[in-house]
Write a protein of this length. Structure first.
Length: 362
């Protein structure tokens, strides 16, 4: 590797993704903390080959990984983290590293597969009425009508947002997103609530629509994204008509949940915001849900079809260009284990097992 320059940012990237402290990594590869820090910060340029090999082994990459350019690093100000206020900095750093690595995979795929056009409008909306209008505008632009949205993830992907169903070791994050050269939403599907995943996608779409170029993470921006998600998933007139069609009961709530693909909690909150529940009944509903344990785990969770673009793009690249998972590993200098950690895609065979792929047309 002596003919190429060691890229310290890549060392930091792999270390952050694997949640390895500089102290622990230095101990693992038998080098001083200070010297390793110098390599990571670019103060020393060229580690010995055996040290590079040891770093690669410890961080699940190939030695050449550290000697390639790093074209697009996800920065804090560019990212939206669901539950950001409760998210430790180390977890957010790992999530940003995950996003940067996803970007490397997607950038390689983009050499072979055409991306859906990015068609997420940027709308300045701050009041609740303005956010309602922004959600309706999106439904109209995307020709969704005003009824339930069976697959919000497909809506996002068809309009240029890449979904990734992979966020390991990040219990403090429900989802995160970043609008950039490749706009991505990463879901934490380790959490078992499918209705929450659906709401998370709509929440991140809310950030794309409402907060283009703005810092997120404040209570105000999170509440705005939440309100957008509810307005987008539960169109006011159609939802109100169905909510009023019968006397209020939990049977009604769960019937609506099965039809609209959102949580009972979101239905109760939306009904209150639209004036369909008075404050006393609203509080009693939340008290009942808490007693039943529904605030943590609800019954009648909807089916969830996972991300489609990345698996289908990968399948297309493998079929037409022989760009298999193994070939991607070789090009990106990732071990199969690291590649699977990043993408959620297997590397055990030449052709990954993909359920109901949606082929991306060139």
């Amino acid at each position: 590797m002596s003919d190429r320059e060691f890229v310290g940012a890549r060392l930091q990237l792999a270390r952050s993704f694997n949640q390895v402290t500089l102290t622990k990594l230095a101990e693992t590869v038998s080098v001083s903390f200070g010297l390793l820090g110098h390599y990571e910060n670019g103060l020393r340029k060229q580690p010995a080959d055996d040290l590079v090999a040891a770093l690669a082994r410890a961080l699940k990459v190939e030695p050449r990984f550290f000697f390639e350019p790093l074209p697009d690093v996800w920065q804090e100000a560019e990212c939206s983290f669901r539950r950001r206020a409760a998210t430790p900095e180390g977890v957010k750093k790992r999530a940003r590293a995950h996003g940067t690595l996803i970007g490397l995979v997607v950038r390689e795929l983009a050499n072979h597969v055409r991306f859906p056009e990015y068609r997420i409008p940027s709308i300045e909306a701050r009041s609740l009425d303005e956010i309602e209008q922004a959600a309706e505008t999106c439904r109209l632009n995307w020709e969704l009508g005003f009824g339930p949205i069976p697959h919000v993830g497909r809506v996002a992907e068809r309009n240029g947002v890449i979904l990734v169903q992979r966020l390991r070791h990040a219990d403090k994050i429900d989802a995160f997103s970043r609008r950039g050269p490749f706009s991505v939403v990463v879901l934490n599907t380790a959490r078992t609530s499918t209705s929450r995943w659906i709401f998370d996608i709509a929440h991140e779409l809310g950030h794309f629509v409402l907060h283009d170029g703005l810092a997120t993470g404040s209570k105000e921006t999170e509440e705005q994204a939440n309100y957008f998600a509810a307005a987008f998933l539960l169109s006011p007139k159609a939802f109100a008509r169905e909510f009023r069609s019968r006397q209020f009961s939990w049977t009604l709530v769960f019937d609506l949940k099965r039809r609209w693909f959102v949580s009972a909690s979101a239905i109760i909150r939306r009904a209150y915001n639209l004036g369909l529940l008075d404050p006393i009944l609203y509080r009693r509903c939340y008290q009942h849900m808490s007693v039943q344990g529904w605030l943590k785990s609800e019954p009648y969770e909807p089916e969830f079809a996972g991300p489609e673009w990345l698996p289908s793009a990968f399948q297309l690249a493998a079929k037409r260009f022989n760009l298999t998972a193994a070939a991607l590993c070789d090009r990106l200098y990732l071990t199969p284990e690291m590649f699977s950690d990043v993408t959620g895609l297997p590397v055990a065979t030449d052709r990954p097992a993909i359920t109901k792929p949606r082929i991306v047309k060139r």
